[in-house]
Design a protein around this ligand. Sequence first.
Ligand code: SAH
Length: 339
Amino acid sequence: MISLIGKTPKELADEWSLSPPFRAKQLFKNLYSGIMNFDEMSDLPKTLRETLKANGTFFSAELLRERVSADGTVKRTLRFPDGAVIEAVVLTTDKGRKTACLSTQVGCAMGCRFCHTALGGLKRNLSAAEIVEEMILLRQKSGPISHIVFMGMGEPLNNLDEVVKAVEILSSPECCHFSKRKITISTCGVVPGILRMAEEKMPMKLAVSLNAADNKKRAQLMPITLKYPLEELKDALLHYQDAVGRRITFEYVLIDEFNDSIGDLTALCRFLNGFHTPLVNLIPWNPTPNLSFKSPSNNRVHRFLQAAADNGINMTLRRSRGRDIEGACGQLAGKDSEK
Ligand code: SAH
């Protein structure tokens, strides 16, 4: 069986030998209209509908498991035909936003020491079609989605071609007509990817997982620092800021007695100097099995927040969502498929 969701009209035309040329667009549009049955695609010729029914499926992925957190966050585990397992999350926030947190890779190669996804290493990249499938499956199950963040499993800037292609499909009027400005790409600091986003003036938002503003400390948490030290990362981000003119969001995972001192905050202020109205999302570390870090106490979190405010840093505390279903930041590991 050949799956259809996430394929471009050109790919559909080639795979199904479609003509005349508008036929592929017509099929493409039908796939996202909510009709989940080839028989009901009444604007397609009967012979094509029969062929699609006999040889096609909407999704390649199978929904393995769904877990709902006490706070309403939903984590879904998907398995692709080659056995690759990923997880995707829907978060509903107080402001009425419904955000899809999508994976871009099966596993991750970046090796961040505090992140559960890193423990299994990288299996492979997701294709654009598979990324679109994630989103459409979430939409089908959870209803309309208002925002997308590429903050699930993987490093989006190491799979940027496919991520960009997925964004093109999702933003096309015949698919979800999703605004690119409501899509965030989050990176651990892959400099060539940031420079490409600047070069191509990509309209998606950029978020950077900083987590420490001192090279030595950051390298202990994030090996990527050895490849792209903070000075090089900052240069690339300032260049991006000039080229694209959008505010950059920084993520700072707060770890008890590691990066939560006033000295750490001072280093952060120094790093942020030069950015226009940067926003820092403070994420108290979410516990993951087999890692020996500790979550900071409320006292230490608030001391850090207060020190940031005193220094004029715009920092917001991210309430952890989905911790009870291992669906919070850094907890996605595809382990639910084994239970
Ligand atoms: N590779 C990308 C996207 C995936 S990680 C990136 O690094 O940005 C998404 C976010 O989760 C990152 O900001 C990361 O710092 C954070 N994170 C990872 N493990 C975490 C944990 N155990 N607790 C809290 N946040 C975590």
